[in-house]
Design a protein around this ligand. Sequence first.
Ligand SMILES: [Zn+2]
Length: 399
Amino acid sequence: MEGNFQISETTNLLRKIKEFTRSIVEDLAEGKSPEISINRFRNYCNDPEADCFCSSDEPKGREILTLRKRSQTYRIDMLLRVLLIVQQLLQENRHGSKRDIYYMHPSAFKAQSVVDRAIADICILFQCSRYNLNVVSTLNPFTLIFLLKNYDRLLVMGWLKFREAGRKFDCLSSLNTAFPIPVLVEEVEDIVSLAEYILVVEKETVFQRLANDMFCKTNRCIVVTGRGYPDVSTRRFLRLLMEKLQLPVHCLVDCDPYGFEILATYRFGSMQMAYDIESLRAPEMKWLGAFPSDSDIYGVPQQCLLPLTEEGKTIKHLYLSLIHCFSETDQFSLADKKRTEAMLLRCYLKREMPQWRLELETMLKRGVKFEIEALSVHSLSFLSEVYIPSKIRSEGSFH
Ligand SMILES: [Zn+2]
């Protein structure tokens, strides 16, 4: 059934692409400029008091592209070039990466960002997700070994098994082994689980700690990490698990602005992919910790509490955060305070998660941050034996 569904989706999309290009050709033949209407999306605004609908899936305005404006001529040209490639991929039932597309016309595209914007425009125009276009993020599925070594950002372990593109992933057979997760999330099927909840952890080091402590042996759960800022595949996979298994999802991040950003990205989606929020966010996600107040409750020593920085010190983190490759939080070097103040303005926090906002305010007031591992200062297995199980058991200890 799923296979047939995919085929009819593709046929439908190809038909829409044909209609779209035909109308452009007709306009040009009549000497008119085509008008391409592209909806604009955002997932928050910076007015906590706004009576807005940012966190809905509805568009927040639109842009009309025409050949009358020179700047838009180039954008339309690039959109059509990418659309032609997408059409070929769909017709031939092949997949390509955004990078592959860029290298098909590097002198015309000039930068990867031009291709990325064209793909986003196409998704908005045809009201579909990127995976419907047979476009994957960075890799070519035919280079599977390379892919497994370099690109599987997502790790999973616990009470779960499934298949992906014919491959079996039987986490149940080895509960405390990390399985790197496929990038072709749309080909994941036959998901079976005996878990009671899903735990998303920010960092691979924490994930490995839980694996070493055999956390899943005593706790019926699925543990997932996106190794820092979660990419699209990680968020799609989590969303898929949530939809299929209907389990509660908890998130454990560092108590710092970057950890909070990761949490918010899982829960509300990113601004960059705001047009596809519905298939990427985890709307029921709860924040398990670490909260600013946890440092007092669990006796985190003073030397593990780091001051929130006032100003940026290096450009390393800026660069890393731009390419979303931050996986380990060492000292957070961007201006933590400014970043936190900016996050406090996001309209969705006040409206939907006032408790999260209060915690963030407390972080700012106290002016300190700490890593999840700091909680384990008194005992190596503290996270797996005490902190996580006790929080899961008592409803009031997370938001
Ligand atoms: Zn808003």
